[in-house]
Ligand binder design. Structure first.
Ligand code: GTP
Ligand code: MG
Length: 220
């Protein structure tokens, strides 16, 4: 259930100093739409996992996390991309107002989930970045998809984008710690550099361990 008052509260001072009421209500509607799209994908992913369990006696998905982009990040992203801080900048340029993170049990499950989801008629792929085949210099691994789904509204159907990050338990554990180091810490630069290097190595180690565990799983 979407609570418009809560969205309004969350969006609070959006477009700070911008008195444009139409812009504000367009944004509230768009958040509601993106939240609905996240719900659609959540259901699709849960169904996919259950069906796979019944057919193959294995759950590809460990768990799913969902989030709506907070307004501070939205404003930051508009500014970073040098877009006008207006509603009209958003639908064509910002695809991650709604986000899902799918944590899988094994490496192969990442592609099982992605392939099964993308095979669905109403799902369209907008952008795909495979940081598992091509890890970031930091060591970051994940499969990133921007996908759309039609959302049936009271009086229309809106094709709506969300960002889905798919990664293994190990990649997720690594990503969370590295994110903390990168964005949340007040540690001095030298310490950050030291730990970044250390984490880079662990990314490869985790990858090796997960590959080996995947092999054992296959052989059982
Ligand atoms: P945006 O337009 O900002 O989405 O840029 P982009 O599409 O180039 O971003 P990308 O898809 O590469 O990454 C977006 C998200 O992935 C970030 O918000 C993080 O959650 C995650 N991410 C990307 N790189 C890293 C990294 O090096 N470390 C960690 N911990 N997370 C990362
Ligand atoms: Mg992105």
């Amino acid at each position: 259930m979407i609570n418009v008052n809560q969205i309004k509260k969350e969006l609070g001072e959006v477009f700070l100093g911008n008195e444009d009421v139409d812009d504000f209500s367009a944004l509230v509607s768009y958040y509601q739409l993106c939240r609905a799209a996240v719900g659609e994908f959540g259901t699709k992913l849960e169904n996919l996992d259950s069906d796979y369990q019944v057919r193959h006696d294995h759950n590809p998905i460990h768990h799913i996390e969902v989030r709506m982009k907070d307004v501070g990040s939205l404003l930051g992203k508009l500014r970073r991309k040098e877009l006008p801080v207006r509603f009209s900048s958003i639908p064509d340029h910002i695809y991650d107002i709604g986000g899902l993170r799918v944590i899988t049990n094994y490496l192969d499950d990442v592609y099982t989930v992605a392939d099964n989801l993308l095979a669905q008629d109403d799902v369209k792929l907008i952008k795909r970045k495979d940081y598992i085949k091509n890890p970031k210099p930091s060591g970051y691994r994940s499969l990133h998809l921007v996908v759309t789904v039609p959302v049936f509204q009271a009086d229309s159907v809106q094709v709506t984008p969300v960002e889905i990050q798919i990664r293994t338990v190990g990649m997720d554990m690594w990503g969370s710690l590295e994110h903390k180091l990168r964005y949340k810490t007040e540690a001095p630069a030298e310490k950050v550099e030291k730990y970044s290097k250390e984490l880079q190595g662990y990314a490869d180690e985790i990858n090796n361990i997960e590959s080996n565990m995947q092999n054992i799983f296959h052989k059982l």
